[in-house]
Design a protein around this ligand. Structure first.
Ligand code: PMT
Length: 324
């Protein structure tokens, strides 16, 4: 691509991004979200006791939806349980990072891994005098989840923000990135959310429930602009950026991850295949492909532990280099 073509396609992408945000429905409580972000980042920039500024990572988790109607009855969804994002959040906090956890409502939450699927109904019981107590087999798991979660929130290490639609996700991501801009190289983006590639622009979307009596549905979906470029170029240019690449065909996975690394100038791309994503991932950097595996000799091990360890090491080197 010559530089003229390059700047034409950059200008096109900028226009697509602008049009996406201009036509998106206004984000509910934008001012409240920005206030929370400002306070969280300020607190971690000058933590109590004159400690050095904490590194801050934005972890995105879960899938975005694409509404088909403004008063939404139907939507297109993206696969993601949120397990990767929630588990990674725990390891980042353990490594001393402050985490902004941007998650899809209803998906996996940090510190809740050892709880059953419906914790409220399965973990608690009502005794004769109407007090609520934890049922015996779940006592330890509930104690650990509650105390670790509350400690992370009270210690200012964890800020949770939720989304459902692609509109909410990208608007909140932009606000987070802009709030983190001044952190420079101490900021990290770990983009594990499964983000929709196509959407129905708000203005061309039906207001009411689409009627089946009108016959087959003919609907035009527009491409969601890849925000990774804007993130890297404008929103938080000094941040250390890790994106994910998910494929079901292992033959094209690494090639696609390498393409994303170069095109969006990511520091790392974590390549994972759907069926083996909990066992192994390959971290693609400018000159390496590092296979990261779960320790299969341990029943309760996960791939996020060695993955976050690797990322923390690389981010430390990046911070050091940026200081020179
Ligand atoms: O949640 P789990 O069940 O534990 O599963 C984890 C996971 C498989 C969802 C996760 O590991 C993962 O791979 N997440 C990214 C999936 C994805 O959306 O891949 P993609 O090829 O569509 O996008 C690649 C990157 O571009 C992503 O980091 C995404 O944030 C970004 N993107 C995507 C679309 C878009 N319009 N703009 C973007 O910036």
């Amino acid at each position: 691509m010559d530089s003229r073509n390059g700047s034409v396609s950059e200008a096109l992408l900028d226009a697509e991004i602008e049009s996406f945000f201009d036509s998106a429905p206004p984000l509910k409580d934008r001012a409240g979200i920005i206030k929370k972000l400002k306070e969280f980042i300020e607190y971690n920039s000058t933590p109590p006791g004159k400690g050095s500024p904490r590194r801050v990572v934005c972890v995105t988790s879960g899938g975005t939806t694409v509404p088909l109607e403004q008063r939404c009855v139907r939507y297109i969804d993206n696969f993601s349980s949120g397990h990767r994002g929630a588990t990674s959040t725990e390891y980042f906090i353990k490594a001393g990072y402050a985490v902004i956890f941007l998650y899809r409502r209803g998906t996996f939450q940090p510190y809740c891994q050892s709880l059953p699927e419906d914790p409220l109904l399965e973990c608690f019981e009502c005794s004769d005098d109407s007090t609520i107590q934890v049922r015996q087999p779940h006592t330890e798991a509930v104690k650990r989840a509650v105390s670790d979660h509350h400690a992370a929130i009270a210690g200012g290490h964890l800020l949770k923000l939720s989304f459902t639609t692609i509109f909410e996700y990208l608007q909140i991501l932009q606000s987070i990135a802009m709030s983190m801009k001044d952190l420079g190289s101490l900021a990290v983006f770990y983009l594990a959310a499964a983000v929709s590639d196509f959407y129905v622009p708000w203005k061309s979307m039906a207001e009411h429930k689409i009627q089946s009596a009108s016959g087959p549905l003919d609907m035009r979906l527009v491409q969601v602009p890849k925000m990774l470029s804007a993130l890297k170029k404008e929103w938080a240019p000094m941040a250390f950026c890790i994106s994910f690449k998910l494929e079901t065909d292992s033959k094209i996975l690494l090639e696609k991850a390498e393409m994303a690394l170069k095109k969006y100038r990511m520091h790392m791309v974590v390549a994972n295949e759907l069926s083996t994503r909990k066992e192994e991932v390959t971290v693609v950097t400018g000159n390496e492909k590092i296979l990261v595996c779960r320790d299969k000799t341990q029943a309760d091990s996960d791939v996020e532990e060695p993955l976050i360890e690797l990322i923390v090491g690389r981010h430390s080197a990046y911070v050091k280099d940026s200081d020179l």
